[in-house]
Design a protein around this ligand. Structure first.
Ligand code: MG
Length: 263
């Protein structure tokens, strides 16, 4: 199995990056792995920590309509250049945490996606240079208030609610181009989304290069590479699971945030 890089919070509240072993012990690193963190000798047992999203980016840069069949199901052509938008880092939530259904929307959709984690400052990179700026891969759900995306005309509100970017559960260094992104809803055994990442219109290297012509990407930043065909609705009480071969799966339930819950 590929090495799995995690970020955890200990019971006393300390946050660490680490390596997850098969028995769920975490070997703590002295820095984020993309900043060359090394094991510092501290080991955490499963009862001593909870998993957080595996990175804490300065920004999440996402790409719309990067699979032909998804562009078609949205009734739009494939963009001639990558269509970029931002999700604020406050959208991030960890595996097994809740996606909060916002009261402003009547239609919220899942979007299973491959996420890239950036290794090193990336500015004006060629695609060949960009390859070395991709440190690893994880799983994301680009949750979207579809009705607000249509009514607002731009996407900040629809894509930007707190908890609208489940991310994790860990980062791996390598992924096969044949790996499939698959999304499952509730207990239905069949996937609602299933496509190989090789179906992307613009490759990860091209996307990182393209984004780096616009804004400098920083270590630990996240790029969402677009969702395949088969987006659909989630409602409070549902659970949604995104799987990518070679990484694992990311599951979250959908809930209504209690009024008394603080931000
Ligand atoms: Mg998306």
């Amino acid at each position: 199995m590929a090495l799995r890089y995690v970020r955890v919070r200990t019971t006393p509240g300390q946050i660490y990056y680490g390596l997850l072993t098969l028995d769920r012990t975490v070997h703590v690193l002295d820095a984020p792995p993309w900043l060359e963190g090394e094991p510092n000798g501290l080991e955490l047992s499963p009862e001593d920590y909870q998993l957080l999203a595996p990175c804490a980016p300065s920004k999440i840069v996402a790409v719309g309509k990067n699979y032909r069949a998804h562009a078609a199901e949205m009734g739009t052509p494939v963009p001639k250049e990558p269509l970029l938008f931002l999700k604020p880092p406050t959208t991030i939530t960890a595996a097994d945490k809740e996606i909060y259904y916002p009261p402003q929307s009547q239609r919220v959709d899942y979007e299973g996606e491959l996420a890239l984690v950036i290794s090193d400052r990336a500015c004006n990179c060629t695609p060949a240079q960009a390859r070395s700026k991709i440190w690893g891969y994880t799983i994301a759900n680009d949750v979207t208030a579809r009705d607000l995306q249509k009514s607002d005309g731009q996407w900040t509100r629809a894509k930007g609610f707190d908890s609208f970017c489940p991310l994790g559960p860990w980062v791996v260094r390598e992924i096969s181009p044949a790996a499939r992104v698959q999304t499952f809803l509730n207990d239905d055994p069949g996937p609602v989304q299933s496509a190989p990442i090789s179906d992307m219109v613009f490759s990860p290297d091209f996307l990182v290069s393209y984004i780096s012509q616009v804004m400098t990407l920083l270590p630990g930043d996240v790029v969402l590479t677009g969702t395949p065909e088969g987006v659909g609705e989630i409602k409070p009480g549902d659970h949604v699971r995104v799987e990518i071969e070679g990484i694992g799966h990311l599951q979250n339930s959908v809930a209504i945030r209690q009024v008394a819950t603080s931000c």
